[in-house]
Design a protein around this ligand. Sequence first.
Ligand code: SF4
Length: 378
Amino acid sequence: MITRSPAPLQRHDEAEEPAIATTGTAALTTTADTTAITHVDVPTDSEHTAPLSLPPAWQAQLSGAIRDPRELCRRLGLDERWLPGAEAGHSLFEVRVPEAFLARMRPGDPGDPLLRQVLPLGEETQPTPGYVADPLEEAAHTPAKGLIHKYHGRVLLITSPACAVNCRYCFRRHFPYAENSPSMAQWDASLDTLRNDPSITEAILSGGDPLATSDRRLAWLSERLEAIPHLKRLRIHTRLPVVIPERIDAELLGWLGATRLQKVVVLHINHANEIDESVIAACRRLSDAGVTLLNQSVLLRGVNDTVETLAALSERLFEAGVLPYYLHVLDPVTGAAHFDVPDDEARELVAGLRGVLPGFLMPRLVREIPGKASKTPL
Ligand code: SF4
């Protein structure tokens, strides 16, 4: 079985970020776009007692995410019998759960719908016919380093190899991020693909989670994208505003609000319990900055596979100012077969959903089929 290479703690292009040249007392700061914390020195004279570079609060949360299956089980009061499976799954795709997401789970309940999305299970080690490392055959659609070009008019940029949370069903859990993480200089070369093709009107920042990288780097990329005259839209696929809502801070809103490009953020939320007041507040900040908010979910066995659960999700999304966009059936990625809901059952669920929701709260049930020019409605 192929394992996903862990996201690097120290990016190779870090040296391209301006150095912080200071002396004196040590302060915590994060490196440009990593979860690693390093110490830098700050002045100690009376006029400069404040650190020059404090890490944003979200970076501390990212660094402090739970990465040990034993710790995850302990914190949620799960008994020891869950541990062997959790450790086996973790050895293939590491556990990562930020505190803010953990706080929304019910302690002592192994069936909690948020926990099920992040708790490794022994089933992940079982090979399943038809389940593969690259179910969407993305390796065949990379015209330049860090780019995936599958559909007309839009190109996806692998902006960060890291995520704030590791979802067990992720179709990129085996993605070769090490081969697709351009340095800033390499990004400039990759962006020629967009500059030279006037049919491309939309850039999609993806990953990993694009918002796991620094605002300095994102602002740099955004400036280059908006300088491409035929580009109209900047779309960001992210789970960070959900799992660490503090990520939507003034620095991010500064560069995002400033771009001339139309802005769309596609969140990834699978259950209404993921949306607490802090998530609603983060969505409001994005909306106030002129961002259109959509959501895509994955239909997951044991998480959101009832009409009631899906209806509650759509209702809660709308309370947060987010429109349901896609409901994806599971991509057949190695290690995730236990989440599968068969197509016939998925169609029945959506028919039931149509009976209880207004049309504008209905997500589109789709499957992504490699080689097709768009997603396929079911
Ligand atoms: S946040 Fe998205 S990219 Fe990251 S593990 Fe979850 S599903 Fe995959």
